[in-house]
Design a protein around this ligand. Structure first.
Ligand code: SAH
Length: 245
């Protein structure tokens, strides 16, 4: 019985793949991947057939299908299919929908977790997501939602990490302020976390929109909001691009 592996590829740095992800890639017949997955990671799939299935990938539009038809087809043909997703498959990755679709097609599947962008960005910028003094909880939120609302419940306390929100970082920050967070709440916006192109802009809920525009931050980027940003630990001996302030 063939199996489809829904595998988290981590936030970017190939070293942050799990051993299981690396092993599955090396033995895959087919790798169906999102646009966020780097060439360096894809190279670990050796000579496997590559099927780009990202939203911007050319060819079949499969938005309504939940899973790419070629994934089903190849699995049915008995091939070892790795469905590779950025970060973790179950964190804003629609992994649940894809797994449900596989089950409906009578296919066997396995979920392999990955390091989600929030964790990768926190580690590479030195911002702890929780801190005994200032944050005892973390909320993973998205500014994009099916109904285009996004972040409707602003958590009263703790760190908030915002995925996919770059195009409306200013509105999202305003929403957090409307929800009761002080405008002076620190924010770090991290572009291409864990890759050599990583950049960080630090500001506040009041300033981050303008700072992001001025620094021309581009997707993928993730925002860490909360007092933890002030507890950032910087390795002074390492060179890192820090812009804004
Ligand atoms: N499943 C993924 C998230 C997919 S949603 C995960 O667990 O990380 C895509 C969003 O993730 C992007 O819009 C961005 O907000 C964030 N993201 C993914 N990789 C990133 C990276 N290397 N640096 C910053 N943000 C990233």
């Amino acid at each position: 019985m063939s199996k489809v592996y829904l595998v988290g590829a981590g936030p970017g740095d190939p070293e942050l793949l799990t051993l299981r992800a690396a092993r599955l890639l090396a033995s895959a017949d087919v790798v169906a991947y999102d646009e966020l997955v780097s060439e360096e990671i894809l190279a670990m799939a050796g000579r496997a057939e590559r099927i780009p299935v990202g939203r911007r990938a050319s060819g079949v539009r499969y938005h309504d299908d939940r899973i790419h038809p070629l994934v089903i087809e190849r699995a049915r043909a008995g091939q070892r299919v790795v469905r590779l997703k950025g970060g973790d498959p179950f964190v804003f990755g629609r992994g649940g929908e894809e797994a449900a679709a596989l089950a409906e097609h009578g296919l066997s599947f396995e979920i392999v977790p990955g390091i989600s962008a929030a964790l990768g960005a926190a580690a590479s910028t030195g911002i702890p997501l929780t801190h005994r003094e200032v944050a005892t909880s973390v909320t993973f939120a998205t500014a994009h939602r099916v109904d285009d609302q996004g972040l409707e419940d602003v958590p009263a306390h703790g760190t908030v990490v915002i995925y996919m929100g770059l195009s409306r970082i200013a509105e999202t920050a305003a929403r957090l302020v409307a929800g009761g967070r002080p405008p002076s709440t620190p924010v770090a916006l991290i572009e291409r976390a864990t890759t050599p192109a990583e950049r960080v802009v630090e500001g506040t809920l009041a300033t981050i929109g303008n700072l992001a525009r001025a620094a021309r931050i581009e997707p993928p980027a993730i925002a860490i909001v909360g007092e933890v940003v002030r507890h950032r630990v910087v390795d002074r001996t390492a060179a890192r691009a820090v812009v804004g302030g």
